[in-house]
Design a protein around this ligand. Structure first.
Ligand SMILES: *Cc1c(COP(=O)(O)O)cnc(C)c1O
Length: 367
């Protein structure tokens, strides 16, 4: 018996390297510091970061302490700087120190805890400071940052980086960007010896004013466009393909799948493709999403747990042929929009059920 056909997730590390250099060229003059939180946006933080290290990246961001510890083990060279966006949470000091992680301090409480830890350990604790310049998410307020800069509450702390995050970077003309930029200039003046960082993927493409010393791209490393639409400067890193399990005829008007909401517009042939939402294909993609089969983008009818139904029309395809559900043709940003989501969510949903293959140099999967 033939082995059970399986969905395949290929992760193209050469495309990742291309995107890294494309962003670095766009942000020339600033350091490009990859964000590999959430296991490298679901694609494997260890192989992703190792390849980026080979390409020249020296500073990395993760969200959680555990992600930082795992990344340190994967990268081993102490020369890599690893910043933890969650910051200095209760009891994390010894673990941060053991793994050589740098916390991003997000509140006065975190500043106080980190300072206490540094004083008790009689060390100078490197850290970054995040200031909220108008996104209303993480970070100290402007007034808090200003008071802090003039206080003695930073004893034991070495603020290496001041950073903030843009709320509307994907919309270049949005006035919020200019407001946040102006506020960030004031923050930067408070900590003149620290490096400065404002831009994630979107901001890295907003021009020289937004670059400062360091940019923090995540999604664009993986091919997501800075403006939430496909961008020809970037290549797809993740490609999800699955085999056709069966091909069926449906008559015009016949209902397809669960419920009674989706029917064929005309008599056609449909392919049952062996990947569904359990493999990370977002169910809502059926509203306008596509799949790439026999050299064309084709309509998706439904996404079930294990199956996706694709309109083949007259295309010459056989069971066993592979269909691309995400990748260089069925583009991340287009699929995300069809699903009413964003590229980030589409990537992190890719589950472990699909067989994973790393393509390109340093292509060893994590041990
Ligand atoms: C996640 C994150 C990034 C990366 O964002 P992308 O949109 O994926 O480029 C950068 N900075 C901070 C603070 C983040 O939380």
């Amino acid at each position: 018996m033939a082995p059970s056909p399986r969905a395949r997730l290929s992760i193209d590390l050469d495309a990742l390297a291309h995107n890294y250099h494309a962003i670095a060229a766009e942000a020339a003059g600033a350091e490009t510091a990859p964000v590999v939180k959430a296991d490298g946006y679901g694609l494997g933080a260890a192989p992703i970061a190792r390849r980026l290290w080979t390409e020249g990246a020296r500073t990395f961001f993760v969200a959680r302490l555990e992600e930082g510890e795992a990344l340190r083990a994967a990268l081993s060279p102490r020369a890599a700087r690893i910043l933890v966006l969650d910051g200095f949470t209760a009891g994390s000091g010894p673990r941060m120190a053991a793994a050589g992680l740098t916390p991003v301090l997000n509140s006065l409480d975190q500043v106080a805890a980190a300072s206490r830890f540094a004083i008790a350990a009689a060390v100078s604790q490197p850290c970054a400071l995040q200031v909220d310049t108008g996104m209303n998410r993480q970070g100290l307020g402007l007034a808090q940052a200003s008071a802090l800069a003039q206080s003695d509450r930073l004893t034991g702390l070495e603020i290496e980086l001041v950073m903030s995050h843009l709320g509307s970077g994907a919309v270049p003309e949005h006035e919020r960007n200019r407001h946040q930029l102006a506020a960030f200039a004031r923050v930067r003046a408070l900590f003149p010896r620290a490096k400065a960082s404002l831009a994630a993927s979107a901001g890295a493409f907003l021009g020289p004013d937004y670059r400062f010393d360091l940019v923090r791209p995540g999604i664009s490393l993986f091919g997501g466009g800075p403006q939430e639409q496909p961008d020809s400067r970037l290549r797809a890193v993740a490609r999800l393909e699955a085999p056709i399990l069966d091909i069926r005829h449906v008559a015009a008007g016949e209902l397809i799948g669960y419920g009674a909401t989706i029917s064929a517009e005309r008599a056609t042939r449909v392919a049952l493709v062996g990947a569904g939402y359990a493999d990370g294909v977002i169910r809502a993609t059926r509203r306008g999403g596509t799949a790439w089969a026999a050299g064309a983008l084709r309509r998706l009818y439904i996404v079930d747990m294990d199956l996706t139904v694709v309109d083949l029309g007259e295309a010459e395809m056989q069971p066993g042929d592979m269909v691309e559900l995400l990748g260089p043709h069925a583009l991340l940003d287009d699929q995300a929009r069809a699903a009413g989501s964003i590229a980030h969510e589409c990537l992190v949903r890719l589950s472990s059920r699909a067989e994973r293959i790393y393509l390109g140099a340093d292509a060893k999967p994590p041990a």
